[in-house]
Design a protein around this ligand. Structure first.
Ligand SMILES: NC(=O)c1ccc[n+]([C@@H]2O[C@H](COP(=O)([O-])OP(=O)(O)OC[C@H]3O[C@@H](n4cnc5c(N)ncnc54)[C@H](OP(=O)(O)O)[C@@H]3O)[C@@H](O)[C@H]2O)c1
Length: 255
């Protein structure tokens, strides 16, 4: 049985990855901070899909958590989903700088270190995949969140190119860039998303489906949903200063 390691596997997009990969027959390693919820999630997946599940309680913003996660992904991991992430409430100067640095640790340092730890084994075995969950915010200008997600896209493209010759297409690295998805994300960040029109909401399962399909096809970047493909395409035609004015406040109303 192949093994998938998913960070942020207890809620939202990570939990949707866990359900889908379990139904595809992957054994799972699930990572999050809330131990009790991790155990519940693992037991549910074991029962429903008959796969083996392992849990790793770790905070990816801590050195201890990052080291534990690195050690685990160096073993037999066939698919790594770097998904854990969050939003901070408010614009740059409203957010305590320590919270912004924590975001960079979880969105960038954890993605970098886990990708670095998992790839040598995958390259030796001649197969494997890394999905780094970014956001369509990567293509606009949206504070530290957008900047960290832009880093994820650029990083994933760079690593995919770096390993291309050695992996011969059999080890893949891809950034997955969803738009709005109903999860716990907005509530945790105290965002008011009541004004987001229905056509902009993606289903968790569709995001996972598109991501795994694009990974199979060897894409370096996956943008699920025709509406978001169109928006991202349009951002390439807009001058950067105008784009910054248009996107810096998108989805930024707080409770
Ligand atoms: N929802 C959207 O509209 C949307 C759009 C674009 C991109 N994304 C991206 O999708 C990813 C998943 O977000 P989501 O919407 O599914 O969020 P979510 O429902 O809030 O789930 C977040 C998951 O990450 C875990 N987590 C958070 N901080 C962590 C940390 N420091 N260490 C370890 N685990 C941590 C949470 O569990 P614990 O709290 O127990 O740790 C939970 O399992 C994020 O990277 C987000 O930026 C979301």
């Amino acid at each position: 049985m192949p093994t998938a390691f998913i960070t942020g596997a207890t809620a939202g997009i990570g939990a949707a990855f866990a359900r889908r990969l379990a139904s595809d027959g992957f054994d799972l390693v699930l990572l999050a901070r809330d131990a009790e919820r991790l155990e519940r999630t693992a037991a549910d997946l074991r029962e429903r899909y008959g796969v083996s599940t392992e849990t790793l309680r770790a905070d990816l913003s801590s050195e201890e958590g990052l080291t534990a996660a690195e050690e685990r992904v160096r073993k037999d991991v066939d698919l790594l989903v770097n998904n854990a992430g969050f939003g901070n409430k408010g614009i740059f100067l409203d957010v305590p700088v320590t919270d912004e640095v924590t975001m960079l640790r979880v969105h960038c340092e954890a993605v970098l270190r886990l990708t670095h730890a998992v790839l040598p084994g995958m390259l030796d075995r001649g197969r494997g995949g890394v999905v780094n969950v970014s956001s369509v915010a990567a293509f606009g200008t949206r504070g530290t969140y957008g900047a960290s997600k832009a880093w994820v896209v650029n990083f994933s493209r760079g690593v995919a190119a770096d390993i291309a010759a050695r992996s011969r297409g059999r080890v893949r690295v891809m950034a997955l860039c969803p738009g709005f998805v109903r999860t716990e994300f907005h509530e945790r960040a105290q965002m008011d998303v009541s004004g987001v029109p229905p056509y902009l909401w993606l289903k968790q399962e569709d995001v996972v489906d598109a991501g795994l399909r694009d990974l199979r096809r060897g894409h370096q970047v996956s943008v699920p949903g025709v509406q978001y493909k169109t928006i991202v395409g349009a951002t390439r035609l807009i001058p950067p200063s105008l784009l910054a004015r248009m996107t810096s406040n998108a989805g930024r109303r707080y409770n």
